[in-house]
Design a protein around this ligand. Structure first.
Ligand code: ZN
Length: 497
């Protein structure tokens, strides 16, 4: 008879394998599945969900968890701690509530799509109301320290507290708003006409593959395919899938989208294969995941050193659009910053303001301090305060994102946390590696990839995001590195240095 830990580990691996099957089936649905496959696929996914839930809440698992206690071995203790967390969460949520949430959000998703198309918030409002009722029940079932939003954010960013996020975002807002104003008022505005020329799709794809390989994405352990919405998913460190989409009239979405998704992919490929299908072999939080994608997309991918190395290749792929363009003009064009209404099109400076707006609104919604019917007005008012512009219709305002229709309250903060972590990690990597800019300019991405692997990837879920940040950088997460990075980069770009 294997010992109690080995028995537990076997159960954990069973669940991990099933989660990987689910990921593969979903990847296929979003990439290659023929249209008529949709209803059989829905049945398959539902079956996987039911079987997963049975495994996650099985009495035998509960008994094994009860007979495993801390051992002092960090690998074992991480797996035990995380398995306990998942088991407790799964058991605390009544099956009926899980089912109600799943139904309500599938109805809300199609209602949202239509409401956005028709600019009709009132049509979506009853769905939002119902989902909020259900997520409040969910928060109550899970339990929380000071406000229900804590329980929701904990699903995506384990251990994060609403009050701490609010304090970080409060400082970020105070520091960012004046920077955005300075950039907006500069006489040296950036024209990004260069990146909005004709960029043939086949050449875009070739450049995407070239750049993905240049930043060390391992194509023998990964793939790049197409999907309507770009994403990264993983069946383990040796099978990581990223996707993109192409717009022939715009250079940026595919190129920087791929650098972003490959950043996620490098985290997945950097997890230790010895711990495949277990918490020690899984990413620690969405915020840390996003830090990896933002670091490669923005801090590396939109930097001058990176294009010092790769601009000549880009010119070869696009002789008509880029043949007579200087490196500096290209670098300015890919870094245009201006307040805009749509989050997914925002640049790296103003993006964070979109997240702060959403965080402030959904926190109030979940607590009940803001009524659903008042969302459009609150949104427009905050948008004016924070971004300096308000949408003329709800489709470009409070209806623009899918997240609420999926009951994903608590998800938005992870995007801005990712930017904050990325800047703090990048600053530390630059200190540790010495001449990072020169390495990047020579096309040597490997030292940085290795630094991330050793300091972040290989630890899996061993450390919570905040603890990981302190271990790697010696400091708690603050806004200073991101603000230094943004001011240091954008003031010169806008002739303000
Ligand atoms: Zn991402």
């Amino acid at each position: 008879m294997p010992d109690a830990y080995t028995q537990l580990l076997n159960k954990i691996i069973e669940m991990g394998r099933l989660a990987a099957v689910d990921a593969l089936v979903q990847w296929d649905q979003d990439t290659y599945m023929p249209d008529q496959g949709v209803s059989a696929r829905a049945e398959m996914c539902a079956q996987v969900a039911i079987t997963s839930h049975q495994l996650q809440t099985a009495d035998a698992l509960g008994e094994l968890l009860a007979s495993n206690s801390e051992t002092g071995d960090p690998i074992r203790d991480t797996n035990i701690r995380e398995a306990k967390r998942d088991y407790e969460r799964a058991c605390k949520l009544p099956a009926e509530l899980v089912e109600q949430l799943s139904w309500a959000s599938s109805l809300a998703k199609s209602a949202w799509a239509q409401a956005r198309q028709e600019n009709d918030f009132q049509a979506f409002a009853p769905h939002l109301e119902e989902l909020l009722g259900l997520v409040r029940q969910k928060a109550d079932a899970l339990g929380y320290d000071s406000e229900p939003y804590d329980a929701l954010v904990d699903e995506y960013e384990p251990g994060a507290k609403t009050a701490e996020i609010a304090s970080l975002f409060g400082s970020l807002r105070e520091e960012l708003v004046p920077l955005v104003r300075e950039l907006t008022q500069s006489p040296n505005q950036i024209d990004d006409e260069i990146v909005r020329r004709h960029y043939p799709e086949a050449a875009q794809e070739a450049l995407c593959r070239h750049l993905a390989a240049a930043i060390c994405f391992d194509f023998s352990a990964g793939r790049l395919d197409r999907s309507v919405h770009p994403f990264c998913t993983s069946m383990g460190p040796r099978d990581v899938r990223v996707t993109t989409r192409f717009d022939e009239q715009f250079f940026s979405p595919a190129i920087f989208g791929v650098l972003h998704e490959v950043g996620h992919g490098l985290y997945e490929q950097g997890l230790d294969p010895a711990h495949q299908f277990t918490p020690m072999g899984a990413a620690t939080s969405l915020g840390i995941h996003e830090s990896q994608s933002r670091l490669w997309e923005n801090m590396v991918g939109r930097s001058l050193p990176f294009w010092k190395c790769h601009f000549a290749s880009a010119q070869e792929y696009f002789p008509e659009a880029l043949g007579s363009i200087s490196l500096n003009d290209f670098h300015r064009a890919i870094n245009k910053s201006a307040p805009s209404l749509i989050r997914v099109e925002a640049d790296e400076v103003t993006y964070n303001l979109h997240i702060i707006l959403r965080f402030e609104i959904e926190r109030e919604l979940v607590s009940g301090r803001l009524a659903v019917k008042d969302v459009p007005e609150a949104w427009n008012q905050k948008s004016q305060e924070i971004l300096g512009l308000a949408p003329s219709n709800d489709s470009d305002g409070c209806l623009q994102d899918i997240h609420w229709s999926l009951a994903g309250f608590g998800y938005f903060p992870t995007y801005a946390l990712g930017n904050l972590y990325a800047a703090q990690f990048y600053k530390q990597a630059s200190q540790d590696l010495g001449n990072l800019d020169e390495q990047i300019a020579r096309g040597e991405a490997q030292p940085l990839r290795e630094w991330l692997r050793v300091n972040i990837h290989q630890h899996g879920k061993r450390f919570r995001a905040g603890e990981l940040c302190e271990r790697v950088t010696g400091k708690r997460l603050t806004t200073a590195p991101l603000m230094q990075y943004l001011s240091g980069k954008y003031k010169p770009l806008y002739g303000l240095a």
